[in-house]
Design a protein. Structure first.
Length: 681
């Protein structure tokens, strides 16, 4: 929805909206209204924590118990997100995918292929409809009516349908199924329905068609709801227009139905203007679509040629689709049915309360809020509000996250919660100062990081003695060689601030899972530094049991909710199903056992040994020093060198080269498993 100056910029903007679609939702939920609101709730929870550090989701069922967020504000924001479609509903709902815009030179091959596919699809559709229309004309009764018995599949006429409310029978148009059709007389709108439920429908996929009587006085937006094994779907039918199939039917789509399942079609009158008509519903098995619509002798004569022609075209279409180039796609949302929503009393989709006009959090709003156009969702205005200098939260929240990444703990330690149940900032003036500097610098993350890492606070050591000296000494003073600090100084600092909230020293930090993996691969010489591109293996249809075998940098590793790499699981990787602003920091036995026993660690250790032994170094002492520098980032002490040389076999004959490589591999593994490797000092 934002302006762009180039195709690459447009691509980035479109892909960025995928942020709204990646929620952890139950796509098999059959109550689709509930699913829609669950999606909106997940979006609000993520946006609230990511940009505002507010637990907005708590206001879904009632006013927030601790923070000034009323339920009305929740549904004001929910109305914005609900005005954009996120899923295409079926039995298992699906996300929306769209073609990614490409430069003209790249897009030509895709456009040509898509035109060829569209042309062939149109030919197939025309052939099917032509065959059906020709046969239908031969099966039409003299009065203009069509006998339901000659139609393919299962047909439910209006006489067999279950009616709610008063419906009027008619034969005035002379083109109908059976003995006539029904209309609602344009009265009692919203209270009338007619249900077409087939008997003895076999399990399978069917095209569902509605027969209706057209006319200028008919409803242009008749709601027709199909209940199938794919779930519930409502289609709006323009009954003022001529039905496209045989002049009698309109296709409602293709759906799966179970044997003796509760499949049916409901024609309603809610929200309609003009007459609603209902004649019959036809359930045509998809394998019969290429055949004619009746079983008369005349139709039998025409079937083989028409069917064979369609089959050939369908085979050609399948081959064309398989051989053509695959256009890059992106997941996103779609503007649809923009409007306000109602407060859901106690969060129930079936218990609606007062209307909640679309808007923003009152507690975080200063000055007039952006006005939301009536026919737009309001997502653009939501973005403007989030990125406004007048919004007191996003700049502070991001500055705090950056501080957390660099220092190990934030100025506000509860990174996702700036509310009353979160932690108060240890340095509120510093947080305000950095937030203003961040905005003044054009929201430049690089500039923000530079300012933090060049600070004295960041450059401190985690060594207790050095840090206490640097805090308690006069500015510019240097510690005399061999000088020892008074233990009283350490005691005073530790007692005054045992958690180091005031940063009198640097925090000793653990390497995260990704850094451990990348460092091991870098040392072993296996790290692939290629940038960009997909990484999930071709042909992957599910994440269960996925084997992570790539050697790309961890930033490219697929994050699959049901199949994380074992190293990630052992070393506190964030739960992919949750919003996690700061990961847990555990020290447990499985971490040490992983480094000691996992085949991946052993393989990388052996690769590192082979790489080291292939390098031209003077002797084993120099090799030990090189290994320490690569793995631990420091030179070994004399004691560590002596211990390593005792363990490692001396250079000998070529026949013992394998044993020597294995020993060096175990030496590398010992370094990887050491506490020094897993901690940053």
């Amino acid at each position: 929805m934002l302006p762009h100056e180039s195709i690459p910029q447009r691509q980035q903007q479109l892909v960025a909206t995928t942020f709204l679609t990646l929620g952890n939702t139950n796509l098999e939920e059959q109550e689709k209204k509930q699913l829609d609101m669950d999606v909106v709730d997940e979006q609000l929870d993520t946006i609230g924590k990511a940009f505002l550090a507010q637990t907005i989701g708590c206001a879904r069922c009632h006013d927030h118990k601790f923070d000034p967020i009323p339920t009305r504000d929740y549904y004001a924001l929910a109305g914005i997100l609900k005005s954009s479609k996120t899923l295409e509903h079926s039995n298992v709902s699906k996300w929306l995918e769209f073609p990614l815009p490409l430069p003209p030179t790249e897009g030509k091959q895709f456009a040509a292929h898509e035109q060829a596919v569209a042309k062939l699809e149109a030919s197939i559709k025309a052939a099917k409809e032509s065959a059906n229309t020709a046969v239908a004309k031969q099966a039409t009764l003299p009065s203009g009516a069509l006998d339901a018995k000659v139609l393919a599949g299962v047909v439910v006429d209006d006489e067999q349908a279950k009616k709610v409310g008063s419906w009027t029978g008619s034969r005035s148009t002379r083109t109908f199924i059976g003995d006539g059709y029904l209309h609602d007389a344009n009265e009692g709108k919203g209270s009338k329905t007619i249900t077409f439920q087939p008997d003895a429908l076999r399990a399978g996929k069917y095209e569902v068609r509605l027969a209706y009587s057209p006319g200028k006085s008919r409803s242009p937006n008749t709601p027709v709801t199909i209940f199938s094994a794919d779930g519930e779907k409502t289609v709006r039918v323009d009954q003022s227009s001529e039905p496209p199939i045989e002049g009698r039917f309109v296709s409602l789509g293709q759906f799966r139905f179970e044997q003796n399942g509760a499949g049916f079609v409901i024609v309603g009158t809610e929200g309609t203007k003009g007459h609603v008509t209902a004649d019959a519903v036809q359930f045509v098995p998809v394998e019969m679509l290429a055949e004619t619509a009746t079983t008369t002798d005349a139709s039998k004569k025409d079937k083989p040629d028409a069917s064979e022609s369609v089959k050939k075209m369908e085979a050609e279409l399948k081959k064309l689709e398989a051989s053509g180039p695959k256009r890059p796609m992106f997941m996103s949302v779609k503007e649809e049915n923009a409007g306000d929503t109602q407060i859901h009393v106690r969060g129930s989709v079936n218990n609606l309360g007062a209307n909640a006009p679309r808007g923003f959090l009152q507690v975080a709003s200063h000055g007039p809020a952006p006005k939301i156009p009536e026919k737009e969702s309001g997502r653009r205005e939501l973005g403007d509000w989030l990125a406004s200098r007048d919004n007191p939260l996003p700049a502070r929240v991001f500055v705090n996250r950056t501080w957390t990444w660099l220092f190990g703990a934030g100025l506000v330690r509860s990174a996702d919660n700036f509310g009353t149940t979160g932690d108060a900032p240890t340095h509120p003036e510093l947080l305000d100062h950095l937030a203003v500097r961040f905005m003044d610098g054009g929201w430049s993350v690089k500039q923000l990081v530079r300012e933090m890492v060049l600070s004295r606070a960041y450059q401190q050591s985690s060594s207790v003695q050095y840090s206490v000296f640097s805090v308690l000494s006069k500015p510019g003073a240097s510690q005399p060689a061999g000088a020892k600090l008074n233990t009283e100084h350490f005691s005073r600092a530790a007692q005054a601030d045992p958690e180091n909230k005031l940063l009198w020293r640097a925090n000793r930090r653990k390497l995260d899972a990704e850094s451990i993996r990348d460092t091991v691969l870098q040392v072993s010489g296996q790290l692939d530094l290629a940038q960009g591109g997909p990484l999930i293996k071709a042909g992957t249809s599910a994440d269960y049991g996925y084997k992570h075998s790539d050697t790309r940098r961890s930033v490219y590793s697929p994050v699959l909710r049901n199949s994380l790499p074992e190293l990630f699981e052992a070393f506190d990787f964030a739960d992919p199903s949750l919003v996690v602003g700061k990961r847990s920091d555990s020290t447990v036995a499985p971490q040490a056992l992983f480094m000691m026993n996992h085949p991946w660690v052993m393989e990388q250790s052996q690769s590192a040994a082979q790489k080291l032994l292939a390098a031209k170094l003077a002797d084993d002492r120099e090799r030990v020093t090189r290994a320490y520098r690569l793995v631990l980032g420091r030179v070994p002490t004399d004691g560590e060198v002596t211990l390593a040389l005792k363990f490692l076999p001396a250079e000998s004959t070529a026949s013992e080269a394998a044993k020597r490589t294995e020993a060096w591999g175990r030496f590398y593994q010992a370094l990887f498993a050491s506490v020094d490797f897993r901690y940053l000092n």
